[in-house]
Design a protein around this ligand. Sequence first.
Ligand code: TPP
Ligand code: SF4
Ligand code: MG
Length: 302
Amino acid sequence: MTKIVDLPEGEFVLSGNRACAGCSLGIGLRAITKALDGQMVMTVPASCLTVLGGMYPVSSVTVPWINVAFASTAAAATGVAAGLRAMGRADGLTVLAMAGDGGTGDIGIQALSGAAERNEDFIYLCYDNEAYMNTGTQRSSHTPRGARTTTTWAGKRENPKDMPAIMEAHGIPYVASTSAVYPDDVYDKVAKARGIRGLRYIQMSTACPPGWGFDPRDTVRLGKLAVQTGLTVLYEVQNGVFGLTSASRTLAQAGRRRPVAELIAAQGRFKGMSDEDVGEIQAWIDSRWERFMAREADPAGH
Ligand SMILES: Cc1ncc(C[n+]2csc(CCOP(=O)(O)OP(=O)(O)O)c2C)c(N)n1
Ligand code: SF4
Ligand SMILES: [Mg+2]
């Protein structure tokens, strides 16, 4: 595993972007672009990522980037990849479709599912800040149960959609889950995906101070706490073979997780949640974690 100090020095995300203070998206995007060595073309729908990238004529990112209509991120990436092949430019250049959780699990899912079924040749990276943040925190299918948003003012009642599992069911060669506050894990997964052909799906948990309700200085602590509780799980599935990675593997070896109540208490969006609801979320995480443990014990699912 690559250590943070060993990440390449080349920078493709410049300082001084328009994201909020403490946003973890920039940390993740730095690692992603380093893993691709800037040899990439991005397709991006409306989201906090477009805010981070900047409005013409200024930009905080030095790689080619196409802003596309919301539902069409994967369709646009399909077209860019086909165009590069037709021009004989596909070798060495990676097409990266990158969208938020709303743009992926809700609005962009049909184009993404179609591209996965055809096993198109690009990386799709969903950064998951767990709501429609750019428009002021509306619930998405990825918003966790109990979270207050402007459209779930009493707390969301449903558990989040499991997009990596949905993508795995398409039989694509690589699916991974990572977190922006572990840039070494992000880097390793994108670097691995770079060397694989076909559709590769990576979901990146992206801690968001205003949307989750915590102080910007706590971004890394909160993102890591989500992993330490087992709510965010770092893993990959390559050609059907499962493996925990990084801090989630360490957690599994240690055999004990921190209670989700700690994570809930640290975020304003969960304010006022009953003990009963916290207990139900803990039970949901526990049963999910047991399934991950079973896969870790039998990686190829025999
Ligand atoms: C077709 C369409 N519908 C709605 C919008 C308004 N809109 C812009 S960004 C955004 C939120 C996107 O949420 P997500 O994909 O999770 O990314 P985030 O903002 O959280 O980074 C919405 C609803 C739009 N630009 N286009
Ligand atoms: S709203 Fe959240 S995800 Fe969006 S720029 Fe601000 S901190 Fe980042
Ligand atoms: Mg979002």
